[in-house]
Design a protein. Structure first.
Length: 392
């Protein structure tokens, strides 16, 4: 187990009716709030009315910026930065899922940059960037998936150049996250499925490490993975059952608040490869991960066969009576793909209507600004190309 230093200040307010507390939670940060959200869903399900009512009851001024889309756009981030500066915003409240929260984080620290710095060029395209300041961000989470409600990360897409990149910093961790599973009842089935895939991917990225002797984290990750596998299908069958939605929502937070990657180095190549897919084809992140992860596993598992065997046995229940370790791992990958298919997700590029036309371009693009990706196995452009071909 490696040395570690863990810090996460997000206040999580979880449960039924908790949205009414948003005004009281936001008030200590100032008088003017930027309400950041996506499309019309929060108006249809009543969340918008609940949030704005609570903010106004607390005496806060509200400035709105909607329009966030999946794979959140740099163009809207730039608009938000200008709006925050012009309106002298004290706090940003992200109401939605990971895309809204990631956009809010980008706007928050982008608004505090000097005129000589650019949020994209100096930060998202710079692996060595250090974020020193941000407008505080609060969250009302309505989609369990990205875990951005208490994470260090934000992922933004420069659609003009088909690039999707991340920034990670403790500075941008949200101050609070309100999580009412009832807001998930109205989610479309496909969005629920993509969210479950994203949560599972965050757990798998942390699980596949070359570090040894970190069994507590292994066991916690395995339990969380089994929770997603158990409750995702139940949430699809019974979309208005609070129990199932609550299990997925809380697992999504635990999966990505960095608690479960302490003392180890996770991989993250599958995320970087998927960013090329969604940056070019604009597919849902969770759907792209369902395509990439099995292909990545097939390509790298022999670099630590025993870890994959452990995953096969503990997570997927593959029998130890197998004489062939390779067959055990292959069975686990088959079961993972079957899980994705049962949720209605693609597991091949062809399932998503994607051919091999841009595979070479995506493999080269994945290396822009970095020499390699991944930690379980260091990957370079030719490796990425082979993984994407395995995904065909």
């Amino acid at each position: 187990m490696l040395n570690f230093n863990y810090y996460n200040p997000t206040r999580v307010v979880f449960g039924k009716g908790t949205i009414d507390q948003v005004g009281a939670l936001a008030a200590p940060y100032g008088k003017k709030v930027l309400l950041h959200f996506g499309g019309g869903s929060i108006r249809k399900n009543g969340v918008y009315t609940q949030v704005t009512g609570s903010l106004k009851k607390a005496g806060l001024q509200v400035v709105e910026l909607g329009g966030v889309v999946p794979n959140p756009r740099l163009s809207l981030v730039r608009e938000g930065i200008k709006l925050c500066r012009d309106e002298k915003i004290d706090m940003i409240l992200a109401v939605g899922g990971g895309s809204v929260i990631d956009s809010a984080k980008a706007i928050g620290f982008g608004a505090r940059l000097s005129d000589k710095e650019d949020v994209w060029d100096n930060y998202y395209m710079n692996q060595d960037c250090i974020v020193n300041d941000t407008i505080p961000v609060g969250v009302v989470l309505t989609i369990p998936a990205a875990g951005s409600e208490s994470s260090t990360g934000t992922v933004i897409t420069d659609w003009d150049n088909n690039l999707k990149r991340a920034v990670n910093s403790e500075t941008i961790i949200p101050k609070f996250a309100i999580m009412d599973p009832q807001t998930n009842f109205s989610l479309p089935a496909y969005q629920t499925a993509c969210g479950a895939s994203d949560i599972l991917a965050h757990l798998q990225e942390r699980y596949f490490t070359q570090e040894k002797h970190n069994d507590l984290s292994d066991r916690l990750l395995e339990s969380a993975m089994k929770n997603v596998i158990s409750y995702a299908s139940l949430a699809l069958k019974h979309p208005n059952d609070y129990r199932y939605r609550a299990e997925l929502m809380w697992t999504g937070t635990i999966a990505h608040n960095n608690l479960l990657n302490q003392g180890r180095v996770g991989d993250w190549a599958s995320h970087d490869i998927e960013h090329e897919l969604s940056g070019l084809y604009d597919i849902a992140h969770g759907a792209g991960l369902a395509i990439v992860f099995p292909a990545w596993m097939k390509y790298v598992y022999r670099d630590n066969l025993d870890r994959f065997v452990q995953y096969a046995v503990r997570v997927w229940g593959v029998s130890l009576t197998f004489d062939d370790k390779d067959a055990m791992v292959e069975s686990a990958i088959d079961r993972l793909e079957a899980f994705y298919r049962a949720l209605g997700l693609p597991v091949r590029l062809s399932d998503a209507g994607i051919g091999n036309d841009h595979i070479h371009k995506m493999s080269e693009s994945a290396m822009i600004g970095r020499s390699n990706i991944g930690n379980f196995k260091k990957l370079y452009a030719p490796d990425v190309e082979k993984i994407l071909k395995l995904a065909l």
